[in-house]
Design a protein around this ligand. Structure first.
Ligand code: NAI
Ligand code: MG
Length: 355
């Protein structure tokens, strides 16, 4: 297959970890006979420095001419005092909005070699294998009006039927390729948007008779995530609940440096990025854990290109390197040999070439 990928390294460790992911993609291309054209472009603080715009037009054009976007991370103290429109994270918000990337997908899966770093009991943590599907472009964070006076603040929570339908369908489709269960999380006992949400889930489920559906209130879901996350397969929820629950779920696997994510729309176009930020404290030191970025590239192969075998090969290679006893500094407590970013990537590629 021939695919064009926009590569947006961003700031801090962003360039180091995207370089790592690109090397892995190149190895996959060689081995499986694909051609990946890469278009590098600026986003975030580095784009503010070069073009006074966290999402320059050239970057949008590069993404529009691509089949998917691979992103590192944005941000750093250098730009913290900038006005809103010149802040690095504005680049991320704008790119999601521009491409209408309404579905945020975050897998949460036990990493056998790192079970010791999970706050959960090992026998619980080792069986966790779930995906959180969060609505990303509507809800409370985007609601109008917003208002602030001395005595009061107002945020508005709106969801339309169409917005709910498309995210719920996305979750059903993902569940079909997995264990076939969707848990829809809402607060239908008090919120009108949640009542509508629940209604739409009930309507859509008729189109997916092979998928089992359950509804759960967000407070129960928050408890269940730390008492028995094994019960979940695909969880789908609105923007704010998803923001909080996905961060809660992320600690289950034990390391921020391991977590990939995707933001996609229905036609398969998507943006793939690690969950972590630009880690300025370790930037430029060849210390960053490239796993989250590499696993994000694997998600891109799976969700945007339908390359399931290739995606699984990458995931297995990363797990093998950890099992062989190598890790980056962030996982030093796991009792393994600490290696540099570059060395870790070399190990992953060696593993890929062996498979
Ligand atoms: P962070 O995720 O960048 O770092 C938190 C801690 O985890 C740091 O100690 C860092 O060294 C470590 N860490 C993160 N990723 C790592 C990796 N791959 N390998 C090894 N260690 C890793 O979050 P923080 O410190 O709150 O934010 C730093 C900057 O990143 C800020 O400017 C923030 O706005 C931005 N940020 C950007 C995000 C994005 O681009 N999507 C998401 C979160 C934060
Ligand atoms: Mg969050």
């Amino acid at each position: 297959m021939k695919k064009t990928i926009a590569v947006l390294p961003g700031d801090g460790i962003g360039p180091e970890v995207t370089d790592a992911a690109v090397k892995v993609l190149q190895s996959i291309a060689m081995r499986y006979g694909h051609t990946f054209h890469l278009k590098h472009a600026l986003i975030g603080g580095s784009a503010v420095d070069a073009h006074n715009n966290p999402l320059p037009d050239e970057t949008i054009a590069a993404c529009e001419a691509s089949d998917a976007i691979l992103l590192g991370a944005v941000g750093g103290s250098k730009w913290d005092q900038n006005p809103g429109h010149l802040r690095p994270e504005k680049g991320l918000l704008n790119i999601r909005k521009h491409f209408d990337l309404f579905a945020n997908i975050r897998p949460v899966k036990a990493i056998p070699a790192l079970l010791g770093s999970s706050p959960l009991k090992e026998e619980v943590a080792k069986e966790v294998d779930m995906v959180i599907v969060r609505e990303l472009t509507s809800g409370l964070y985007f609601g109008e009006p917003k208002r602030r006076t001395e005595k009061a603040g107002v945020d508005t929570l709106v969801y339309t039927r169409d917005e709910i339908e498309r995210i719920v369908d996305q979750a059903f489709e993902i569940a079909r390729g997995r264990r076939g269960k969707v848990t829809s999380v809402d607060k239908a006992n008090v919120l009108e948007t949640s009542k509508l949400w629940r209604e739409v889930v009930e309507e859509r489920k008729a189109f997916y008779p092979d998928v089992e559906v359950e509804h759960m209130l967000v407070d129960s879901a928050a408890m269940k995530l730390i008492t028995d996350p094994r019960a979940f397969d695909v969880m789908v929820t609105e923007n704010m609940f998803g923001d909080i629950l996905s961060d809660e779920a992320s600690v289950i696997t034990g390391s921020l440096g391991m977590l990939p994510s995707a933001s996609v729309r229905s036609d398969g176009f998507g943006l793939y990025e690690p969950v972590h930020g630009s880690a300025p404290d370790i930037a430029g030191q060849n210390k960053a854990n490239p796993s989250a970025a590499i696993l994000s590239a694997a998600m891109m192969l799976r969700y945007s290109f339908g390359m399931h075998t290739e995606a699984a090969a990458i995931e297995e290679a990363v797990m093998s390197v950890l099992e062989d006893g190598y890790c980056t500094g962030d996982l030093s407590s796991a009792g393994k040999q600490v290696v540099s970013t570059e060395r870790f990537v070399t190990k992953v590629i060696e593993e890929l070439e062996r498979e």
